[in-house]
Design a protein around this ligand. Structure first.
Ligand SMILES: *[C@@H]1O[C@H](CO)[C@@H](O)[C@H](O)[C@H]1NC(C)=O
Ligand SMILES: *[C@@H]1O[C@H](CO)[C@@H](O)[C@H](O)[C@H]1NC(C)=O
Ligand SMILES: *[C@@H]1O[C@H](CO)[C@@H](O)[C@H](O)[C@H]1NC(C)=O
Ligand SMILES: *[C@@H]1O[C@H](CO)[C@@H](O)[C@H](O)[C@H]1NC(C)=O
Length: 369
């Protein structure tokens, strides 16, 4: 196929960008233009042997330019648009809408410009890398991250594991078992951000929050959160706390937890713990262009779509979820009954960007001022 003038112009721009990137590779550059580029061209312009996937296509190519669809000969620009739209599967359209929603929210709330700083490797600790399948997964606690880490261990294990569920949960959280993006050099980071399929999984923000609260403060089996955060919350939020409660921190009420989260002092002291940190602070979706945004509400479908793009779906399925203790919408509603309108409003403000970016509507139980 002969390239059109437009494509040639675009390619020369890409070449210039690639040159600039190579020269400036000691700075961590974030590529805002990723989504505009054609994955195939992107590889060619770099002119290097990028990976080991001889004869096979990368997940990024599969996502933006699927193999299955035959491309009819195109006549004009408007035909192009019509045919491409027809060609896109419903899934592809859905994911394009999700990506657009993130982009639009970032722009509308000027998250990108307000915090217009380049990311540092320290910001990339949640991005798990699979070099063999060219995937980057930003893990968000309380959004099936244990199972996704298990799957990433199977994918990167080179045959060490075959079934994700054979990996014990605590093993999946041992950081040495998975490689994260901050462990690479700056040029290696930039290369991976550009060429790998980047994805994350999100969940209704308040359901995620209640899940974190239940998991960390209402269970007795692990006291580390009670000691580390519970004692602080009781001390700061409870009047007339008993000596025992102050010492153990094991009976934090949801109201107290919420009061702690909305207290401006909390985030001034230190960042939120990852279990209740916002997704935009953990994964930086306004700076890193995620190719695929999976949702907890459609976990199985979205996860298996990622595995399909990675070309492993014939032998690897996402573990089906059957957790009886799962936090539900009804449960979340219950927990918010006790929260004052003022605190509900302030809490919504803390998590507002996550609501907007990932298209979660204001919960019907919420009473906002
Ligand atoms: C957002 O959610 C609404 C209702 O759930 C849905 O109709 C709409 O298509 C979604 N928009 C995007 C961009 O995902
Ligand atoms: C308790 O939780 C902490 C933090 O998640 C973890 O590092 C630790 O290994 C856990 N301890 C047990 C006994 O599960
Ligand atoms: C704290 O305890 C004292 C003495 O028992 C009591 O008089 C006071 O009302 C309590 N304050 C609160 C806020 O419960
Ligand atoms: C709400 O508050 C009441 C009274 O303090 C308490 O008994 C109940 O357990 C609370 N409910 C939740 C879900 O926290």
């Amino acid at each position: 196929m002969k390239p059109t003038l437009f494509e040639v112009m675009r390619m020369s721009r890409i070449c210039r960008m690639a040159l600039v990137t190579c020269l400036g590779s000691f700075i961590l550059v974030i590529f805002y233009f990723q989504s505009m580029l054609h994955p195939v061209m992107r590889r060619n312009t770099f002119g290097m042997d990028i990976c080991c996937r001889k004869g096979s296509r990368s997940p990024l190519q599969e996502l933006y330019n699927p193999t299955q669809t035959k491309r009819p000969r195109l006549q004009s620009g408007s035909d192009l648009l019509k045919i491409t739209q027809l060609e896109l599967s419903n899934t592809a359209i859905l994911h394009q809408m999700r990506r657009d929603q993130v982009t639009d929210t970032c722009r509308a709330n000027s998250v990108t410009s307000r915090k217009r700083r380049v990311l540092t490797p320290n910001d990339l600790k949640h991005l798990v890398v699979d070099e063999d399948h060219e995937l980057i997964y930003c893990y968000v606690p309380k959004v099936a991250c244990t199972n996704w880490k298990r799957v990433m261990m199977v994918l990167t294990g080179r045959g060490k594991y075959s079934d994700p569920m054979e990996i014990p949960a605590n093993e999946a959280h041992v950081s040495a078992n998975l490689k994260t993006l901050n462990q690479y050099s700056i040029p290696e980071i930039n290369h991976r951000l550009k060429n790998y399929l980047k994805f994350l999984f999100v969940r209704e923000p308040f359901e995620r929050l209640v899940s974190a609260y239940r998991n960390k403060f209402t269970q007795k089996y692990n006291t580390s959160f009670h000691k580390r955060y519970g004692t602080k919350i009781v001390k700061r939020q409870r009047k007339n706390a008993t000596q025992e409660a102050l010492r153990k921190g094991d009976d934090v009420k949801f109201e107290e937890f919420v009061a702690y989260l909305i207290d401006p002092l909390t985030q001034r002291e230190e960042p939120f713990n990852e279990h209740w940190q916002t997704v935009y602070s953990l994964c930086h979706p306004c700076h890193i262009h995620y190719d695929l945004i999976g949702k907890y509400e459609t976990l199985e479908d979205d996860s298996n779509y990622v595995l399909q793009l990675a070309g492993v779906s014939s032998y690897l399925k996402f573990p089906t979820y059957a957790k009886s203790t799962k936090t539900t919408d009804e449960m979340t509603t219950e927990f918010f009954q006790n929260i004052s309108m003022e605190h509900q409003t302030q809490l919504y403000d803390v998590y507002k960007l996550d609501f907007l970016m990932f298209n979660y509507s204001v919960p019907s139980y919420l009473k906002l001022e």
